[in-house]
Design a binder for this molecule. Sequence first.
Ligand code: NDP
Length: 237
Amino acid sequence: MSTFKGKSVLVLGGSRGIGAAIVRRFAADGATVTFTYAGSQDAAQQLATETGSTAVFTDSANRDAVISRVRDSGPLDILVVNAGIAIFGDALDQDPDAIDRLFQINIQAPYHASVEAARQMPEGGRIIVIGSVNGDRMPVPGMASYAVSKSALQGLARGLARDFGPRGITINVVQPGPVDTDANPENGPMRDLLHSFMAIKRHGRPEEVAGMVAWLAGPEAGFVTGAMHTIDGAFGA
Ligand code: NDP
């Protein structure tokens, strides 16, 4: 496949899970791919070798490092912001610094990376942020900070779509439901509860999310912007 031949792609948070599937998909489709990692250096190096992509260390909790990484990547055709974390537990017991770090990774990094990418992005550029169906629906206690962060991405896409639309740049949010990754393994303790909310009673596959990202990044999606794209087995329905 050569759908993305000649295209420059940066994936923030690409070493594992959904991000790694996105890296694999763009590399297989001919793009020149750079991705960031923070904690998983070995996995990142393996993925880079496997796909012919470039792995670079950038902690998404460090705003200025994120901005520098995007700026120094030069004109990007496609930016994907995937890095995200969740914190579980009673809101009354949680460390405020840990919650603020979640907001830095899940909200501030997507905002600043998107704005910085748009400075140099050519017409037809694509910005895709990985949100969550929890931006629409949070059916369990203990994850309010995560829900806040994923809802915030909806405003990010709606607002920046207005700023960048006149230049032919689109920005969209992909909102997965449960997807089988280290963060949410299909065989984990939440399996039956999560599946009870769904019409298709299985976890999604990272490759399924990558397929939606690839469509949004491709030539057929030039009129799609400021929108949320849910892929969740009807978790949120
Ligand atoms: P994983 O925990 O499996 O992988 C997370 C990825 O994000 C890793 O590559 C990790 O890199 C990177 N990352 C995390 N923190 C940072 C950081 N501070 N700086 C740079 N990179 C970072 O998660 P998933 O693949 O499951 O999730 C990916 C995205 O999809 C997240 O935004 C998540 O919220 C969202 N999502 C996931 C769902 C699921 O059920 N799995 C459902 C809905 C949304 P490293 O290990 O190198 O630090």
